[in-house]
Structure formats: structure tokens, C-alpha cells
Write a protein that binds this ligand. Structure first.
Ligand code: ADP
Ligand code: MG
Length: 260
């Protein structure tokens, strides 16, 4: 059965999508069967996976509204060999359309159940808000991975997210755990970043990945080619960092001696 991970942080621009796409590609390169769910109406994980988001007949929107199944909607990404449940702007309407529906925060969880045995990992790229879409991600997931930039307000935002996780655990998904905290876009020359990074490890101990994702221009460029960074520039610092993350993730999840 697949381990389902929500990649979440209500702050925008912290590296959720970059982490989703590149971790999906890293795990696929390590021969794990991966489904990436794009749960953001911006559709950046879709584009970044090499799928044109406009004009898609079926997206995760239709899955949430129970018009199509995951099996009918998923696509295989051209380069990286993981499956993708795509999204586009239409998804923005789902929140309003689901408001009076029953089980509205469980739609994704129920939709994923029939395909769970086809994957080792399902990664869910959440939108930058604690809204019904993110709630669907958290209710569907076994655990949540939190990418964050080490800046002044980061810890405050983290408190809100962790409180939301606690509420979800209490009311909707008792299994939900914190998978790990990932430091992204890290600049080691920045004193504040160092300080926040230290506070993070003090508070959260080994929940913080020892892999740190540096700021790297190749990571920012790769989506415009519709490629995970490994297929854009495999020797870049960004590619090496995400490869290291995939390795650390697998070691933590599956035990020692696993290399991607
Ligand atoms: P989110 O999904 O949290 O909104 P993104 O992953 O889309 O964040 O990242 C925001 C922007 O920063 C994107 O343009 C992305 O290409 C860029 N970016 C992400 N991670 C890095 C990094 N480590 N170095 C440089 N640019 C990055
Ligand atoms: Mg995003």
C-alpha cells in the first residue's frame, strides 16, 4: 500500500511544488512507483512535470467532484516516469462547489483508495492556503512534509500549520504525522537563515531533514522546460540536493542502505 504524503505550507513560494516534483522524480529514479497529485489551481506541478495544463479534459477537479476516477484521470509524465494527477485553474472552483457536499474533506482520500496498491508513494502538492483543498490533502495523507524558508516569520507560520495538523488529527485523520521539515532556498551566508535553521533543529530535532536545499538557479529554471531538475542539469547543486533528499527520505522510511 502506498504511503501518502502531503507537501504543505500555507505560505506561498517556499518550495512546495519544487520539492513535490523533484522528490517524485528522485523516488521514481530509485524505482519507486510514484503518483504526484497536483492539488493547486496554479497547476505548477503539472507544468513542471512537462504536462500542458490548459485544455486538459480531466483533472483532479473532476476527481474531487466524483465525475472521474483517479485511474481515468492520471497521466504518465514524459521524462521522469511517475504518474501525475494534473490540475489547472478549474480547480479553484472546487472549493465553492464542494461547500454543501457531504464528505467534502474526504474526497481525495476516498478517490486515492482504489489505486493505493499501485504505488509506493503518493505525493500531494498542496496550495498555499489552509483551505478545503489542503484539508483534502491532509485528510488523505499518512504524513505531511513541510518545506520552509529559514526567514523571520517562518516559525510563526509553522505554528499555524502544526495546529491545523493537530485539528485534522483530532477530528478527521487520527493517523496524520509530521513526516519532516525541509529547509529550502537556503543561503548559508545569511546570518538570519542560520539562526532560524538552528531554532528549527532545537525545536523539532530529527524531524528536520539533515539535507538542506540550497538556493540554486537550475531549480528555478527547470519548470520552464517542464523538467525535474535531474533532467535539466543533473550535476547542479539543486539536482544533487534533491537526490540527497530522496536518499534521506528512503533511508528514514525504508531503513538503511537504500540509495536512489
Ligand atoms: P511553492 O510551491 O511553495 O509556492 P515553488 O516550489 O513554486 O514554491 O517555488 C517558488 C519559486 O521559487 C519558483 O519560481 C521556484 O522555481 C523557485 N525555487 C524553488 N526552490 C528554489 C531553490 N532551491 N532555489 C532557487 N529557486 C527556487
Ligand atoms: Mg506550489
Amino acid at each position: 500500500m502506498a504511503k501518502i504524503l502531503a507537501i504543505a505550507n500555507q505560505k506561498g513560494g517556499v518550495g512546495k511544488t519544487t520539492t513535490s516534483v523533484n522528490l517524485a522524480a528522485g523516488l521514481a529514479a530509485a524505482k519507486r512507483r510514484v503518483l504526484l497529485v497536483d492539488l493547486d489551481p496554479q497547476g505548477n506541478a503539472t507544468t513542471g512535470s512537462g504536462i500542458a495544463k490548459t485544455g486538459l479534459a480531466r483533472t483532479v477537479y473532476h476527481v474531487l467532484l466524483e465525475q472521474h476516477t483517479v485511474a481515468q484521470t492520471r497521466l504518465t509524465t514524459p521524462q521522469a516516469k511517475y504518474d501525475l494527477l494534473p490540475a489547472n485553474r478549474e480547480l479553484a472552483g472546487a472549493e465553492v462547489e464542494l461547500v454543501d457536499e457531504e464528505r467534502r474533506e474526504r474526497r481525495l482520500r476516498e478517490a486515492l483508495a482504489p489505486v493505493a496498491n499501485e504505488y509506493d508513494y503518493v505525493l500531494i502538492d498542496c496550495p498555499p492556503a489552509l483551505n478545503l483543498l489542503t484539508l483534502n490533502g491532509l485528510v488523505a495523507a499518512h504524513s505531511v512534509m513541510i518545506p520552509m524558508q529559514c526567514e523571520y516569520y517562518a516559525l510563526e507560520g509553522l505554528t499555524d500549520l502544526i495546529n491545523t495538523v493537530k485539528k485534522v488529527r483530532a477530528h478527521l485523520n487520527p493517523e496524520l504525522e509530521i513526516e519532516g521539515l525541509l529547509r529550502t532556498m537556503y543561503d548559508p551566508r545569511n546570518a538570519l537563515a542560520q539562526q532560524v535553521s538552528q531554532q528549527l533543529t532545537q525545536h523539532f530535532g530529527d524531524k528536520v531533514y539533515s539535507t538542506i536545499i540550497p538556493r540554486n538557479v537550475r531549480l528555478a529554471e527547470a519548470p520552464s522546460y517542464g523538467l525535474p531538475v535531474f533532467y535539466h542539469d543533473r550535476s547542479s547543486k539543486g539536482a544533487l540536493a534533491y537526490l540527497a533528499l530522496a536518499g534521506e527520505f528512503l533511508r528514514r522510511r525504508e531503513g538503511v542502505g537504500v540509495a536512489p
